[in-house]
Ligand binder design. Structure first.
Ligand code: MN3
Length: 200
């Protein structure tokens, strides 16, 4: 199949002032688009051409001859998931998800602390994630394009900590970007949907 760049699920200005329209334009229209273009070129006329994105990610994750395919496929997946993770002032978690966060981390603030720490200490490029792992909520970080589905974890939320995600708005202040993400940009409805799906 030919992969297509999914449209942003909101307007370029939807996350201002926390993420600027310029950042979203470059990040979606250039970076995310570039991964889609590269992936299509790399899988064309190969045995992976008719696989789903998840199948390609899982099939190439531990194959050093296919690192380029893995990186581009995972980046396509990660960015689509990241866009949906974002909503301006998306409230706080409620219901079963709120209970699970409290049971897993002690409090929402403790979750935020761990998530910020994970994102801030990811050396170089990568992602911070909230995942479901064997029924437990965990905060994890991954380098470069890596995705928790290759560790049998179910992603519920992600923050892109590649410099292109925040440099125009926050320059080198990654912790400030992460704090703003945690306080103003999490789409908790999306997280709750992923949690409900994973429980089925
Ligand atoms: Mn990115």
């Amino acid at each position: 199949m030919t992969f297509e760049l999914p449209p942003l699920p909101y307007d370029y200005k939807a996350l201002e002032p926390f993420v600027s329209a310029s950042t979203l334009e470059f990040h979606h229209d250039k970076h995310h688009a570039g991964y889609v273009t590269n992936l299509n070129k790399l899988v064309q006329d190969t045995e992976l051409a008719n696989k789903s994105l998840e199948e390609i990610i899982l099939a190439t994750a531990n194959d050093s001859a296919k690192t380029g395919i893995f990186n581009n496929a995972a980046q396509v997946w990660n960015h689509t998931f990241y866009w949906h993770s974002l909503k301006k002032d998306g409230g706080d978690p409620t219901g079963q998800l709120a209970d699970k966060i409290k049971a897993s981390f002690g409090s929402l603030d403790e979750f935020k602390k761990q998530f910020k720490e994970a994102g801030a200490t990811q050396f170089g490029s990568g992602y911070a994630w909230l995942v479901l792992d064997n029924g437990q909520l965990k905060v994890v970080k991954t380098p470069n394009a890596a995705n928790p589905i290759t560790n049998s974890q179910t992603p519920l939320l992600t923050a892109d900590v590649w410099e292109h995600a925040y440099y125009l708005d926050y320059q080198n202040r990654r912790p400030d970007y992460l704090q703003t993400f945690l306080d103003h940009l999490i789409n908790w409805d999306f997280v709750a949907e992923q949690y409900a799906k994973a429980g089925k």
